[in-house]
Structures are given as structure tokens and as C-alpha cells.
Design a protein around this ligand. Structure first.
Ligand code: UDP
Ligand code: MG
Length: 353
């Protein structure tokens, strides 16, 4: 008996889950699956990951053939789990949903278009095995991205640094996390997800792996400018109170200016004979202070909006179907992660095997 247990323990390499959010990715699914399966097979044959490793595809409400393709794959291959969200909830929510379904020792998140080469997963796994709990994939060179995308992305990382937000430069959502790091992340109850910032908040021993970003396999970017701006703004408001501080500074500056104007108006009134209060001296402060107030109200409104969303604590996603694995309910996530707060309730419309 004892020897069986011993040999099982000795051969127990950590299991790996690869989470892939997919939105209208029918053009890349086949190739992505083949490439990821090959990576898993190689790692497993070398004894670096266990045979229980899996790929979790999350269909983020795609309108093309993504879901039927994923469903077929999951039914045919026991290594593949297909999860469908009830509608499109955006990359961050889809990724979060995928993470919540995993139970493996290590979890790698990767984009469906494989721009972040899956060959780096092996390096990440090795880093995990030497004791790192979070391994960040860092884009060292992004020639494959358009000039505009490169410049805006890098400018954004610099801005975030300036605002005091702790981000890994040029790291997006290609990373490996240990089971413990994932369970800890799942305890964060916020609705506005900016995962690359949240993972940084977790702490744990971390390192990074640099790689050159490849061009998209096929299809077009699912991150148009509008979505990029929305994610950027989410990052700023979720992790920085610098805009709120700026209101104070603006208030101080406009207060100083107003004081100067008041002193001038009073001196004209008291020491001048031709006391005709000027149109300009009324209009200038009125317009100036009015505009500053409006701007400030706008920024406060942004934060208020965020607080409102958080207070409502709406579920971040609803699963429609899970194929190839037991669905993980919010309650399970909690008991596993020893969560202090109650997580979102996930509603299953239709859960099949
Ligand atoms: N994605 C998603 N939901 C969305 C938009 C994108 O799940 O609403 C996924 C998409 O399928 C891909 C990943 O997010 O796996 C990154 O998207 P993309 O490669 O288009 O972004 P880019 O590399 O151009 O920034
Ligand atoms: Mg991409």
C-alpha cells in the first residue's frame, strides 16, 4: 500500500489549466487548439505537468461558429473544457469566468489568437516549479502590433506609472498563476475587473518571462479603440485616486485666482472714483469657476458611478453551459478559496455534462 502512495506522490507533477477567452474566434480555434494540445502533450511527456492538465475555452457570447466548434472539441477530447457565457461580457469578465472554473495547480491565461506564443508556457511552468506563484508574460518586442497600438499601449503603461499604479510594463493578460494566487484573486468582489492590476495587488512571489509578440493567427482584433479606451479608463479609476487629487489642486489654483480677482475688484471699488463695475470682472470669474466646477463634478461623477456599480454587486457573469467538466458554482469557489465575502451568484440556465 505504502509504496503505491509513494510512487503516486513521486510522479505527481503539477496539473496545468490553460484558460482561453474567445470572442468570434472561429478562424483561429482549430489552430489554437492544436498548438495548445501539442504544448500540453510535450510538457506531459517530459513529466513537467500531470496528465490531468486541461484547456478551458470560454465563449464570450460569440456570434459566429465559435461555440459549436468549442462544444464539439470538448465532447471529443477530455482535455478540453468549453464554457459559454450567456452573452458577451468582455475579455476581462470572460477570463475571470474561466479562472473560476479551474481546479488545477497552475493556471495560464492566454489569448485565443496566440499572439503571446504558447511555447512560453513551458518557461512559465519551470518558473512555477522553482517556487514562483505568479509568472508575468512581458512583451519585449511588439513589431507585430500596429504603430498606433504600440504607442498608445506603451504611453498608457507610462501614464499608469506616473499615477502611482503598480503595473508590470508591457504585461497584459498572458500569465501563469498558482492555485493559491487564483483562489485569492477570486476573493476580490469588485465588478470592474482590471485583472493585470488586481494580480499585482495579490503579492506572492513573482517573476516575468519576456517574449516577442507574434501577429494574430487569423481574424481581426476584438479590441477596437473604444474597448481599449474603456479598459484604460477602468484601470485608472479602479487603481488610482490621482484624478480626485487633481480636483483638490484645481480647487486650490482657482481659489487663488479668485482671491486675486476679489482683491482687484475691491481695490477698484474703494480707491477709484469711476466706480463702474466692469462686465469682464463679473463674467471672467463666473465663467472660470463655473467651468472648473463642472470639470470637477464630472470626475467625481466617474468615481460615484464606479461606487454605484460596486455597491450593486451584480454577478459578473452567468454561465450557460459547461461541457467536459463539472461546473464550479460560486459556493465551491468560496469554500476552496476560504473567501471572506460572499462571491457573486452564478446562475446556470442550462448545465449539461
Ligand atoms: N475577447 C473576449 N471578449 C471580448 C473581446 C475579446 O473574450 O469581448 C478575447 C479574444 O477572443 C482574444 C482576447 O480577448 O482571445 C484578446 O483579444 P484580441 O486578440 O482581439 O486583442 P488584441 O490582441 O488585439 O489586443
Ligand atoms: Mg490579440
Amino acid at each position: 500500500m505504502e509504496s503505491v502512495v509513494d510512487s503516486a506522490a513521486a510522479s505527481s507533477a503539477p496539473s496545468l489549466a490553460v484558460v482561453v477567452p474567445c470572442y468570434n474566434e472561429e478562424a483561429v480555434i482549430a489552430e489554437t487548439t492544436a498548438e495548445l494540445l501539442a504544448v500540453l502533450a510535450e510538457l506531459e511527456s517530459e513529466g513537467r505537468i500531470s496528465a490531468l492538465s486541461k484547456i478551458y475555452f470560454v465563449d464570450d457570447g460569440s456570434r459566429d461558429a465559435t461555440w459549436p466548434m468549442l462544444e464539439t472539441l470538448a465532447r471529443k477530447n477530455e482535455r478540453i473544457v468549453a464554457v459559454a457565457l450567456s452573452r458577451n461580457r468582455g475579455h476581462q469578465n470572460a477570463l475571470y469566468a474561466g479562472l473560476s472554473q479551474t481546479c488545477e495547480d497552475m493556471v495560464v491565461s492566454i489569448d485565443a489568437d496566440l499572439q503571446d506564443g504558447p511555447e512560453n508556457i513551458a518557461v512559465m511552468v519551470d518558473a512555477y516549479r522553482t517556487g514562483f506563484e505568479v509568472v508575468y508574460g512581458v512583451r519585449e518586442e511588439r513589431e507585430s502590433d500596429t504603430r498606433f497600438k504600440r504607442m498608445t499601449a506603451e504611453g498608457y503603461y507610462r501614464l499608469m506609472q506616473l499615477l502611482g499604479v503598480d503595473l508590470v510594463f508591457n504585461h497584459a493578460d498572458f500569465r501563469l498563476m498558482s492555485r493559491r494566487a487564483v483562489d485569492t484573486l477570486l476573493q476580490y468582489p469588485e465588478t470592474n475587473l482590471f485583472l493585470r492590476g488586481m494580480v499585482r495587488e495579490l503579492g506572492f512571489r513573482s517573476t516575468s518571462v519576456a517574449y516577442a509578440r507574434r501577429p494574430r493567427l487569423a481574424g481581426e482584433s476584438k479590441y477596437p479603440l473604444r474597448r481599449m479606451l474603456s479598459l484604460a479608463w477602468k484601470g485608472v479609476t479602479a487603481f488610482s485616486i490621482a484624478p480626485l487629487r487633481a480636483i483638490t489642486v484645481l480647487g486650490l489654483v482657482s481659489g487663488g485666482l479668485a482671491l486675486g480677482l476679489i482683491a482687484w475688484v475691491l481695490s477698484v471699488k474703494l480707491f477709484s472714483n469711476s466706480v463702474v463695475p466692469g462686465w469682464a470682472s463679473i463674467m471672467v470669474p463666473v465663467l472660470f469657476i463655473g467651468s472648473v466646477q463642472l470639470l470637477c463634478l464630472g470626475v467625481i461623477g466617474e468615481y460615484l458611478g464606479k461606487i454605484y456599480e460596486e455597491v450593486k454587486r451584480r454577478p459578473r457573469f452567468h454561465l450557460r453551459e459547461v461541457v467536459g467538466a463539472e461546473p464550479v458554482l460560486a459556493a465551491d469557489v468560496e469554500s476552496r478559496g476560504a473567501s471572506i465575502r460572499s462571491l457573486n451568484t452564478q446562475v446556470y440556465d442550462n448545465v449539461s455534462d
